[in-house]
Every structure is written in C-alpha cells, then in structure tokens.
Design a protein around this ligand. Structure first.
Ligand SMILES: [Zn+2]
Length: 137
C-alpha cells in the first residue's frame, strides 16, 4: 500500500497572492494602509481597524521562534517519514505570527526566541511552502 500523500493547502480566493508569491519563493503578507499594521493570515478586512484596503507587501523573511514542538511520533500518516520534525510559531519582524516548520536545524539547538529566516520547499508544481531555518551566526 502506498503511503498517503501529503495534504495540500486549501486556498481561499483572497489568499491566492500569498501562494502565487510562495511559488516564486517570495514571502508576502498583508499590510493595512489605513492603520499601518501588518496582517497574517490572509484576510478580506483588517482585523485592527476593519479597513477593506489591505495590500500585499513583501516580508523580510526574518523572525524568531515564538514557540515550537518536536513531533517524535504520530499515527501512520503522510508525515511519518519526516519524523522527527518541528512545528513552530514564528514571529516575523513585521509583528505577525506564522505557523510553519523549522528545517535545517539541530533539534538540540532549538530555543524560543531563536532567530530564523524563511526558506522554501517545493511540494509540487502548484505549491511551494514557506519554512524557516536558523539564521547562521
Ligand atoms: Zn487597519
């Protein structure tokens, strides 16, 4: 029996620009021109001031680990070959948080507040996933 395939993101119409940019290895997030706050995940309306004028801007790709967990075990799934892998909440320089994986990292070196930078992992022709790796000193 073949291992199940990894699920792909479900893309809302208003999130399409995010995934199109990721496919070109660019990390973009929304910014509100009315209150100057950055916004992530993609939305139709600014959660800070309810403006409908959200715009896309390129993020620096730099941030820190806010929190993380190392997945050491799970039931048979498409992710079983990745074990152990890191699921983390990344706080971007722009102030928003993003759930992703930490890659290219010695698991013993992981800490909260560790500086990380975006890297991209091509899943298939349609999806490239933003992931994060430690910033090399
Ligand atoms: Zn706003």
């Amino acid at each position: 029996m073949d291992a199940p395939k990894k699920p792909v993101p479900e893309v809302n119409p208003w999130a399409k620009p995010f995934w199109e940019a990721a496919r070109e290895e660019k990390l973009i997030i929304q910014k509100c021109p009315d209150c100057s706050q950055h916004v992530f995940y993609p939305r139709l309306v600014c959660p800070h001031c309810f403006s409908k004028n959200l715009e896309w801007v390129e993020a620096s790709g730099k941030g820190t680990i806010y929190s993380y967990t190392v997945v050491m075990n799970n039931s048979p799934s498409a992710f079983i070959d990745d074990i152990p892998y890191v699921v983390a909440l990344i706080k971007l320089e722009e102030g928003v948080q993003m759930l992703s994986n930490i890659v290219e990292c010695d698991l013993d070196q992981l800490t909260c507040d560790m500086p990380v930078e975006v890297t991209f992992e091509k899943l298939n022709d349609e999806f490239t996933l933003p992931k994060f790796r430690p910033v090399k000193a």
